[in-house]
Design a protein around this ligand. Structure first.
Ligand code: NAI
Length: 488
């Protein structure tokens, strides 16, 4: 451990509690543990310097220690100001062999309840490898890999480099979030200190593996405009990620968040779910399971038809807003629930977002609405008294409430997602020649491997193709079993 080992977390004394959580999680994450067994000796990630920006939870801690077991060096930040579990962050800083007096883990910069300024400071820390470089006597100063969730770390590098090449942050720079001003301020400061910091960082990067729908969307936009600087693997669109984490994960963590935040009985309530993609499907199913009467909204006729055939009423928010008790947004779009809607809502309606960014709910307009008063009920639960004379309860200030009000998806489903992440890191790091700059998904055989690694734990007995059956349907007995465009 270099003497310059740094980290910034809430409370190191939570490390033991965090370590207990990690041990239990390891038992529920068979995919990650199998990768430790398979690659622990050969260490394919030796030499990889991974800058990680992903919710600093217990499950992520098991991911981080898996990357380390495979040879990587890691620096970590959370990708949301409320999603860090402080005990997990402490366990990661202390490490499996360190003590609170002599932490020997991974440099982690994350705590629950960061300000936006803290958030971008933490994100910048995962790119500062000067301590590691000094202890290795190396000439590099940054990471060579990014592991991202939502694309903020990737955006920081792209925007930082763009502004350095331009020589300044343009006064009219604008981005896809109302928080963009905070990022620009951070980059102005960075530019005043160095004219080529992000240019150098970008030059060393071999690739990024991206966790979520929203981050993947940003990557395809960068690729389409020829601005993408390094190859990317879209982890989200592994079947064993989006069809599991986004759906079954939300099915668990959305009601968990609602319960911890408000403890209102969901049965009998009218719940509105915006978006019937993978996240919306999990949300609607969970709430119906609790006995809620669920109304779905969609812009896509295919998803709208799916929702209808699954038995849900499909309506526009405007048509039903007065009837609804709980609003859930999971679209990845912005301004889905606006202040005009809020002014029409029932007294003490609950407004919850599980899409990646807080602008899904128009928080910016709410915060500047004359006469609106915010009363904190408890951390991450705010009553907003509105000029309508009624209040709404906003969870996690409009940010991912399953992580802000609860602890996110459980370990078993995250093991699927993170096994994809580790395989994607190995692909980009070990076989760069296979991935010119562009956005890729993992080969189907690896996707199937991720699922395979999770079957035993659930007592699943898989049927094996006979040679005759294999020849008859033209599918190899060992896979891949489906064509790439199969939809599951
Ligand atoms: P998806 O693309 O499968 O589904 C989104 C759906 O929203 C689409 O069907 C789209 O047609 C619909 N939509 C878009 N604009 C709409 C509007 N104005 N009104 C109604 N429907 C609209 O995406 P997925 O995977 O379901 O992800 C959704 C969001 O959730 C993303 O931001 C993603 O990053 C995030 N996410 C959050 C997780 C969490 O733990 N909270 C986990 C996984 C993803």
């Amino acid at each position: 451990v270099p003497s310059t080992f740094t980290y910034k977390i809430a409370d190191l004394s939570l490390a033991e509690a965090g370590r207990h959580q990690l041990r239990l999680a390891e038992n529920e994450m068979p995919g990650l543990m199998a990768l430790r067994t398979e690659f622990g000796e050969t260490k394919p990630l030796l030499g990889a310097r991974i800058a990680g920006s992903l919710h600093m939870t217990v499950q992520t801690a098991v991911l981080i220690e898996t990357l380390v077991a495979l040879g990587a060096q890691v620096r970590w930040a959370s990708c949301n100001i409320f999603s860090t579990q402080d005990d997990a962050a402490a366990a990661i800083a202390v490490g499996p062999t360190g003590t609170t007096d002599a932490p020997a883990g991974v440099p982690v910069f994350a705590w629950k309840g960061e300000t936006l300024e803290d958030y971008w400071w933490c994100t910048a820390q995962i790119f500062d490898w000067s301590a590691e470089a000094a202890s290795a006597g190396a000439s590099w100063t940054g990471p060579n890999m990014i592991l991202d969730d939502g694309g903020d770390a990737t955006m920081l590098v792209h925007k930082g480099r763009e502004f350095e090449l331009a020589g300044a942050v343009p006064a009219d720079a604008a981005g896809d979030s109302h928080e963009y001003g905070v990022i620009l301020a951070a980059l102005r400061k960075s530019l005043a200190e160095s004219s080529d910091r992000w240019t150098l960082v970008a030059a060393d990067l071999m690739g990024v593996t991206e966790e979520t729908t929203t981050g993947v969307h940003r990557l395809y936009e960068l690729a389409a405009s020829n601005e993408l600087l390094f190859p990317a693997i879209n982890v989200n669109d592994s079947v064993t990620k989006s069809k599991f984490d986004n759906k079954y994960g939300i099915r668990h963590s959305l009601p968990d968040g609602l319960n911890r935040a408000t403890d209102v009985l969901i049965g009998g309530k009218v719940v509105f779910v915006a978006g019937y993609g993978d996240v919306g499907k999990g949300a609607a199913e969970a709430l119906r399971g609790q006995g809620a009467r669920v109304i779905v909204s969609e812009i896509d006729p295919i998803n709208a038809l799916q929702a209808a055939m699954d038995g849900f009423q499909v309506a526009r928010l405007e048509s039903v807003v007065e009837q609804v008790d709980i609003f859930v947004s999971g679209t990845g779009n912005f301004n889905v629930i606006g202040v005009d809607h809020m002014l029409r809502m029932k007294h003490l309606s609950i407004v919850a977002n599980v899409g990646h960014f807080d602008n899904e709910i128009d928080m910016a307009t709410l915060e500047s609405l004359p006469g609106a008063v915010k009363v904190q009920i408890k951390p991450q639960v705010d009553e907003w008294r509105l000029p309508s004379g009624r209040s709404v309860l906003i969870l996690s200030e409009g940010r991912l409430m399953n992580l802000g009000n609860a602890t996110g998806h459980p370990s078993f489903v995250m093991s699927n997602s993170f096994t994809n992440q580790v395989l994607a890191q190995i692909e980009l790091y070990v076989s760069p020649e296979k991935y010119p700059v562009g956005v890729y998904v993992l080969p189907k055989l690896l996707d199937e491997k991720v699922a395979r690694l999770h079957l035993d734990a659930l007592g699943v007995e898989l049927t094996v193709l006979t040679p005759e059956q294999s020849a008859y349907i033209g599918v190899p007995a060992e896979g891949p079993y489906k064509v790439d465009h199969y939809r599951y």
